[in-house]
Design a protein around this ligand. Structure first.
Ligand code: F6P
Length: 355
Protein backbone atom coordinates (compact mmCIF):
# COMPACT_ATOMS: atom_id res chain seq x y z
CA UNK A 1 0.00 0.00 0.00
CA UNK A 2 1.41 3.39 -1.02
CA UNK A 3 1.91 6.17 1.51
CA UNK A 4 -0.47 8.95 0.63
CA UNK A 5 0.62 12.57 0.98
CA UNK A 6 -1.91 15.36 0.64
CA UNK A 7 -0.98 18.78 -0.74
CA UNK A 8 -3.14 21.58 0.64
CA UNK A 9 -2.63 25.19 -0.43
CA UNK A 10 -4.46 27.85 1.53
CA UNK A 11 -4.59 31.63 1.84
CA UNK A 12 -4.13 33.98 -1.10
CA UNK A 13 -2.47 32.67 -4.23
CA UNK A 14 0.88 33.93 -5.48
CA UNK A 15 3.13 33.29 -8.47
CA UNK A 16 5.06 30.06 -7.86
CA UNK A 17 2.29 28.03 -6.22
CA UNK A 18 1.95 25.76 -9.24
CA UNK A 19 5.73 25.40 -9.42
CA UNK A 20 5.92 24.15 -5.84
CA UNK A 21 3.14 21.60 -6.41
CA UNK A 22 4.89 20.35 -9.55
CA UNK A 23 8.20 20.00 -7.67
CA UNK A 24 6.63 17.90 -4.90
CA UNK A 25 4.96 15.67 -7.46
CA UNK A 26 8.12 15.15 -9.51
CA UNK A 27 10.20 14.43 -6.42
CA UNK A 28 7.61 11.93 -5.20
CA UNK A 29 7.63 10.16 -8.55
CA UNK A 30 11.17 9.02 -7.73
CA UNK A 31 9.85 7.35 -4.59
CA UNK A 32 7.27 4.87 -5.89
CA UNK A 33 6.09 4.03 -2.37
CA UNK A 34 4.45 7.48 -2.21
CA UNK A 35 1.25 8.72 -3.79
CA UNK A 36 0.45 12.44 -3.97
CA UNK A 37 -3.06 13.86 -3.71
CA UNK A 38 -4.14 17.49 -3.98
CA UNK A 39 -6.97 19.00 -1.94
CA UNK A 40 -9.17 21.21 -4.10
CA UNK A 41 -9.80 24.77 -2.89
CA UNK A 42 -7.74 24.78 0.29
CA UNK A 43 -9.08 22.51 3.03
CA UNK A 44 -12.44 22.21 1.23
CA UNK A 45 -11.21 19.17 -0.69
CA UNK A 46 -10.55 17.10 2.41
CA UNK A 47 -13.60 18.38 4.30
CA UNK A 48 -16.31 18.33 1.66
CA UNK A 49 -18.79 15.49 1.09
CA UNK A 50 -17.87 13.80 -1.17
CA UNK A 51 -14.17 14.66 -0.85
CA UNK A 52 -12.57 16.61 -3.69
CA UNK A 53 -9.08 15.19 -3.97
CA UNK A 54 -7.04 14.97 -7.17
CA UNK A 55 -4.46 12.25 -7.74
CA UNK A 56 -1.35 14.13 -8.83
CA UNK A 57 1.37 12.80 -11.10
CA UNK A 58 3.83 14.45 -13.49
CA UNK A 59 1.31 14.17 -16.33
CA UNK A 60 -1.30 16.14 -14.39
CA UNK A 61 1.20 18.82 -13.38
CA UNK A 62 2.93 19.02 -16.74
CA UNK A 63 3.55 22.61 -17.84
CA UNK A 64 2.19 24.25 -14.71
CA UNK A 65 5.58 25.65 -13.64
CA UNK A 66 4.98 28.61 -15.94
CA UNK A 67 1.38 29.24 -14.91
CA UNK A 68 0.21 31.80 -12.39
CA UNK A 69 -2.22 31.07 -9.57
CA UNK A 70 -2.75 27.54 -8.30
CA UNK A 71 -4.53 24.94 -10.38
CA UNK A 72 -5.82 23.37 -7.13
CA UNK A 73 -7.56 26.70 -6.34
CA UNK A 74 -7.45 28.18 -2.84
CA UNK A 75 -9.35 30.35 -0.42
CA UNK A 76 -8.55 32.77 2.37
CA UNK A 77 -11.33 32.23 4.87
CA UNK A 78 -11.72 28.54 5.61
CA UNK A 79 -9.60 27.22 8.47
CA UNK A 80 -10.60 23.69 9.52
CA UNK A 81 -10.81 25.12 13.05
CA UNK A 82 -13.30 27.80 11.98
CA UNK A 83 -15.08 26.41 9.01
CA UNK A 84 -18.30 27.91 7.61
CA UNK A 85 -20.87 25.11 7.49
CA UNK A 86 -24.19 25.59 5.74
CA UNK A 87 -27.09 24.57 8.01
CA UNK A 88 -30.38 22.97 6.90
CA UNK A 89 -32.15 26.34 7.20
CA UNK A 90 -29.58 27.88 4.82
CA UNK A 91 -27.71 29.85 7.49
CA UNK A 92 -23.94 29.53 7.94
CA UNK A 93 -22.48 28.37 11.25
CA UNK A 94 -18.75 28.48 12.02
CA UNK A 95 -17.67 25.06 13.27
CA UNK A 96 -14.46 23.35 14.31
CA UNK A 97 -14.01 20.58 11.73
CA UNK A 98 -10.46 19.61 12.73
CA UNK A 99 -11.61 16.23 14.11
CA UNK A 100 -13.46 15.55 10.88
CA UNK A 101 -10.30 16.40 8.93
CA UNK A 102 -8.24 13.98 11.02
CA UNK A 103 -10.90 11.29 10.56
CA UNK A 104 -10.96 11.83 6.78
CA UNK A 105 -7.16 11.60 6.58
CA UNK A 106 -7.28 8.30 8.45
CA UNK A 107 -10.13 6.77 6.47
CA UNK A 108 -8.44 7.64 3.19
CA UNK A 109 -5.02 6.39 4.28
CA UNK A 110 -3.37 9.83 4.11
CA UNK A 111 -0.14 9.74 6.06
CA UNK A 112 0.84 13.41 5.96
CA UNK A 113 -0.03 16.88 4.67
CA UNK A 114 2.23 19.35 2.90
CA UNK A 115 0.64 22.73 3.57
CA UNK A 116 1.58 25.66 1.33
CA UNK A 117 0.61 28.97 2.94
CA UNK A 118 1.46 32.26 4.57
CA UNK A 119 1.69 33.05 8.27
CA UNK A 120 -2.03 32.60 9.02
CA UNK A 121 -2.01 29.25 7.20
CA UNK A 122 0.92 28.02 9.27
CA UNK A 123 -0.78 28.91 12.53
CA UNK A 124 -3.32 26.32 11.30
CA UNK A 125 -0.44 23.93 10.42
CA UNK A 126 0.91 24.16 13.96
CA UNK A 127 -2.54 23.59 15.51
CA UNK A 128 -3.06 20.52 13.33
CA UNK A 129 0.40 19.25 14.26
CA UNK A 130 -0.47 19.65 17.94
CA UNK A 131 -3.55 17.51 17.27
CA UNK A 132 -1.36 14.75 15.88
CA UNK A 133 -1.41 15.49 12.13
CA UNK A 134 1.86 14.78 10.32
CA UNK A 135 2.40 18.09 8.59
CA UNK A 136 5.15 19.96 6.77
CA UNK A 137 4.80 23.64 5.86
CA UNK A 138 5.98 25.60 2.85
CA UNK A 139 6.01 29.43 3.08
CA UNK A 140 4.50 31.52 0.28
CA UNK A 141 3.29 35.10 -0.11
CA UNK A 142 3.93 38.09 -2.30
CA UNK A 143 4.38 40.18 0.87
CA UNK A 144 7.75 38.62 1.84
CA UNK A 145 6.65 39.09 5.43
CA UNK A 146 7.87 35.81 6.98
CA UNK A 147 11.24 36.29 8.60
CA UNK A 148 12.09 32.59 8.87
CA UNK A 149 12.96 32.57 5.20
CA UNK A 150 15.07 35.01 3.20
CA UNK A 151 12.46 35.32 0.46
CA UNK A 152 8.99 33.94 -0.04
CA UNK A 153 8.20 32.89 -3.59
CA UNK A 154 5.80 35.28 -5.28
CA UNK A 155 7.56 38.35 -3.93
CA UNK A 156 10.02 38.82 -6.79
CA UNK A 157 7.33 38.47 -9.45
CA UNK A 158 5.03 40.89 -7.60
CA UNK A 159 7.91 43.36 -7.29
CA UNK A 160 8.52 43.16 -11.03
CA UNK A 161 4.84 43.82 -11.75
CA UNK A 162 4.97 46.83 -9.41
CA UNK A 163 8.19 48.07 -11.04
CA UNK A 164 6.67 47.77 -14.51
CA UNK A 165 3.75 49.85 -13.24
CA UNK A 166 6.08 52.56 -11.90
CA UNK A 167 7.92 52.60 -15.23
CA UNK A 168 4.68 53.23 -17.08
CA UNK A 169 3.42 55.82 -14.62
CA UNK A 170 6.68 57.79 -14.70
CA UNK A 171 6.39 58.43 -18.43
CA UNK A 172 2.79 59.61 -18.32
CA UNK A 173 3.39 61.67 -15.15
CA UNK A 174 6.18 63.39 -17.08
CA UNK A 175 3.97 64.06 -20.12
CA UNK A 176 1.22 65.68 -18.04
CA UNK A 177 3.19 67.40 -15.25
CA UNK A 178 1.27 65.23 -12.79
CA UNK A 179 1.83 63.53 -9.49
CA UNK A 180 0.96 59.87 -9.93
CA UNK A 181 0.44 57.68 -6.90
CA UNK A 182 0.83 53.91 -7.17
CA UNK A 183 -0.60 51.86 -4.30
CA UNK A 184 0.87 48.38 -3.96
CA UNK A 185 0.10 45.39 -1.73
CA UNK A 186 2.22 43.97 1.07
CA UNK A 187 -0.09 44.14 4.06
CA UNK A 188 1.97 45.39 7.05
CA UNK A 189 5.31 45.08 5.29
CA UNK A 190 6.75 47.58 2.84
CA UNK A 191 8.98 45.25 0.82
CA UNK A 192 7.13 45.49 -2.48
CA UNK A 193 6.77 49.29 -2.24
CA UNK A 194 10.39 49.82 -1.23
CA UNK A 195 11.78 47.56 -3.95
CA UNK A 196 9.56 48.96 -6.70
CA UNK A 197 10.29 52.55 -5.64
CA UNK A 198 14.03 51.97 -5.96
CA UNK A 199 13.82 49.92 -9.16
CA UNK A 200 11.27 52.21 -10.83
CA UNK A 201 12.81 55.50 -9.73
CA UNK A 202 10.00 56.92 -7.59
CA UNK A 203 10.42 60.19 -5.67
CA UNK A 204 8.41 59.25 -2.60
CA UNK A 205 8.00 55.83 -1.00
CA UNK A 206 5.58 55.36 1.88
CA UNK A 207 5.73 52.13 3.85
CA UNK A 208 4.02 50.86 7.03
CA UNK A 209 7.31 50.77 8.93
CA UNK A 210 7.89 54.53 8.55
CA UNK A 211 4.94 56.73 9.59
CA UNK A 212 4.82 59.78 7.35
CA UNK A 213 3.48 63.33 7.42
CA UNK A 214 1.61 64.96 4.55
CA UNK A 215 3.68 68.11 4.98
CA UNK A 216 6.90 66.20 4.40
CA UNK A 217 5.46 64.45 1.33
CA UNK A 218 4.27 67.80 0.00
CA UNK A 219 7.69 69.39 0.51
CA UNK A 220 9.31 66.64 -1.56
CA UNK A 221 6.70 66.94 -4.30
CA UNK A 222 7.07 70.71 -4.47
CA UNK A 223 10.81 70.30 -4.93
CA UNK A 224 10.01 68.40 -8.14
CA UNK A 225 8.15 71.37 -9.69
CA UNK A 226 9.43 74.68 -10.98
CA UNK A 227 7.66 77.96 -10.24
CA UNK A 228 5.77 77.78 -13.57
CA UNK A 229 4.11 74.50 -12.49
CA UNK A 230 6.25 72.31 -14.71
CA UNK A 231 7.50 69.07 -13.28
CA UNK A 232 6.21 65.65 -12.25
CA UNK A 233 6.55 63.18 -9.41
CA UNK A 234 5.82 59.57 -8.61
CA UNK A 235 4.79 58.15 -5.26
CA UNK A 236 4.78 54.45 -4.42
CA UNK A 237 2.68 53.78 -1.34
CA UNK A 238 2.24 50.44 0.40
CA UNK A 239 -1.38 49.59 1.24
CA UNK A 240 -0.38 49.43 4.94
CA UNK A 241 1.34 52.85 5.08
CA UNK A 242 -0.06 55.17 7.71
CA UNK A 243 0.35 58.86 8.66
CA UNK A 244 2.27 59.61 11.86
CA UNK A 245 0.17 59.40 15.02
CA UNK A 246 -2.71 57.54 13.35
CA UNK A 247 -3.87 53.94 13.41
CA UNK A 248 -4.83 52.71 9.96
CA UNK A 249 -6.81 49.73 8.72
CA UNK A 250 -5.89 48.30 5.35
CA UNK A 251 -8.52 48.88 2.68
CA UNK A 252 -7.51 48.68 -0.93
CA UNK A 253 -7.13 52.20 -2.33
CA UNK A 254 -7.77 53.98 0.97
CA UNK A 255 -4.30 55.35 1.61
CA UNK A 256 -3.75 56.45 -2.01
CA UNK A 257 -7.02 58.39 -2.03
CA UNK A 258 -6.27 59.87 1.38
CA UNK A 259 -2.93 61.23 0.14
CA UNK A 260 -4.61 62.91 -2.83
CA UNK A 261 -7.26 64.42 -0.56
CA UNK A 262 -4.77 65.73 2.01
CA UNK A 263 -2.43 67.21 -0.60
CA UNK A 264 -5.32 68.97 -2.32
CA UNK A 265 -6.64 70.23 1.02
CA UNK A 266 -3.18 71.69 1.71
CA UNK A 267 -3.32 73.57 -1.58
CA UNK A 268 -1.03 71.43 -3.72
CA UNK A 269 -1.73 72.64 -7.24
CA UNK A 270 -0.53 70.00 -9.67
CA UNK A 271 -2.90 67.34 -10.90
CA UNK A 272 -2.78 64.14 -8.81
CA UNK A 273 -4.10 60.70 -9.85
CA UNK A 274 -4.05 57.32 -8.14
CA UNK A 275 -3.47 53.83 -9.50
CA UNK A 276 -4.36 50.88 -7.27
CA UNK A 277 -2.31 47.97 -8.59
CA UNK A 278 -4.30 45.36 -6.63
CA UNK A 279 -4.43 41.74 -7.70
CA UNK A 280 -2.31 42.29 -10.81
CA UNK A 281 0.54 41.72 -8.35
CA UNK A 282 -0.75 38.31 -7.40
CA UNK A 283 -1.52 36.97 -10.85
CA UNK A 284 0.42 36.00 -13.90
CA UNK A 285 3.51 34.09 -14.85
CA UNK A 286 6.05 33.54 -12.04
CA UNK A 287 9.51 34.84 -12.87
CA UNK A 288 12.55 32.57 -12.90
CA UNK A 289 13.55 33.41 -9.31
CA UNK A 290 10.15 32.46 -7.90
CA UNK A 291 9.96 29.27 -9.98
CA UNK A 292 13.39 28.19 -8.75
CA UNK A 293 12.69 29.04 -5.10
CA UNK A 294 9.32 27.28 -5.24
CA UNK A 295 10.93 24.22 -6.82
CA UNK A 296 13.65 24.13 -4.16
CA UNK A 297 11.11 24.34 -1.36
CA UNK A 298 8.91 21.67 -2.93
CA UNK A 299 11.78 19.20 -3.14
CA UNK A 300 12.88 20.09 0.38
CA UNK A 301 9.37 19.61 1.79
CA UNK A 302 9.10 16.17 0.23
CA UNK A 303 12.49 15.23 1.67
CA UNK A 304 11.25 16.35 5.11
CA UNK A 305 8.34 13.95 4.65
CA UNK A 306 10.66 11.02 3.91
CA UNK A 307 12.78 12.00 6.93
CA UNK A 308 9.57 12.22 9.02
CA UNK A 309 10.48 15.72 10.24
CA UNK A 310 6.85 16.60 10.86
CA UNK A 311 5.85 19.88 12.47
CA UNK A 312 8.48 21.77 10.50
CA UNK A 313 8.52 24.25 7.62
CA UNK A 314 10.91 24.21 4.66
CA UNK A 315 12.86 27.44 4.38
CA UNK A 316 15.60 29.16 2.44
CA UNK A 317 17.80 30.96 4.94
CA UNK A 318 21.27 32.43 4.49
CA UNK A 319 21.47 30.89 1.02
CA UNK A 320 20.83 27.40 2.39
CA UNK A 321 17.77 25.22 2.14
CA UNK A 322 16.79 24.07 5.59
CA UNK A 323 13.86 23.66 7.93
CA UNK A 324 12.66 24.99 11.26
CA UNK A 325 9.94 23.97 13.70
CA UNK A 326 6.59 25.45 12.75
CA UNK A 327 6.03 26.78 16.25
CA UNK A 328 9.22 28.83 15.97
CA UNK A 329 8.34 30.01 12.47
CA UNK A 330 4.87 31.37 13.03
CA UNK A 331 4.34 34.94 14.07
CA UNK A 332 7.86 36.01 13.13
CA UNK A 333 6.78 38.97 11.07
CA UNK A 334 9.29 40.25 8.55
CA UNK A 335 8.76 44.00 8.61
CA UNK A 336 11.31 46.20 6.84
CA UNK A 337 14.10 46.89 9.33
CA UNK A 338 14.80 50.62 9.36
CA UNK A 339 18.51 49.86 9.25
CA UNK A 340 18.08 47.66 6.17
CA UNK A 341 20.47 48.50 3.34
CA UNK A 342 17.52 49.14 0.99
CA UNK A 343 16.36 51.98 3.27
CA UNK A 344 19.85 53.50 3.19
CA UNK A 345 20.02 52.98 -0.57
CA UNK A 346 16.65 54.65 -1.12
CA UNK A 347 17.57 57.62 1.08
CA UNK A 348 20.95 57.72 -0.65
CA UNK A 349 19.32 58.40 -4.01
CA UNK A 350 16.95 61.00 -2.62
CA UNK A 351 13.75 58.97 -2.22
CA UNK A 352 11.64 60.53 0.52
CA UNK A 353 9.85 58.33 3.07
CA UNK A 354 7.78 61.31 4.15
CA UNK A 355 9.26 61.22 7.67
O1 F6P B 1 -1.34 38.55 1.75
C1 F6P B 1 -1.24 38.70 0.39
C2 F6P B 1 -2.11 39.80 -0.08
O2 F6P B 1 -1.96 39.88 -1.47
C3 F6P B 1 -1.90 41.15 0.59
O3 F6P B 1 -0.78 41.82 0.10
C4 F6P B 1 -3.23 41.82 0.35
O4 F6P B 1 -3.52 42.78 1.34
C5 F6P B 1 -4.20 40.69 0.45
O5 F6P B 1 -3.47 39.51 0.16
C6 F6P B 1 -5.38 40.79 -0.46
O6 F6P B 1 -6.14 39.66 -0.25
P1 F6P B 1 -7.53 39.31 -0.94
O7 F6P B 1 -7.29 38.06 -1.70
O8 F6P B 1 -8.46 39.11 0.20
O9 F6P B 1 -7.90 40.46 -1.81
Amino acid sequence: MKQRILIVNSGGDCPGMNAVIRAIVRRAEMNPEYEILGSVNGFDGILSEPLELIRLNPKVTQGIIRKGGTFLTTNTQRSPFQYPVKQDDGTIKIEDLSDKLIYNLKVHGIEAIIHIGGNTSHIISQKLFEKGVNIIGIPKTINNDLSVTDYTFGFQTATQVATDAVDKLVTTANSHNRVLILEVMGRNAGWIALSAAIAGGADVCLIPEIPFTFDSVMAKLKSRYSSDGRGFANIVVAEGACPKGEKCEIHSGAIARRITYELKTRGFEADIRETILGHLQRGGIPNAFDRILATELGVKAFDLITQRKFGTIAIHKNRELSHIELKKAINQYNAVDLEHNLIHTARGIGISFGD
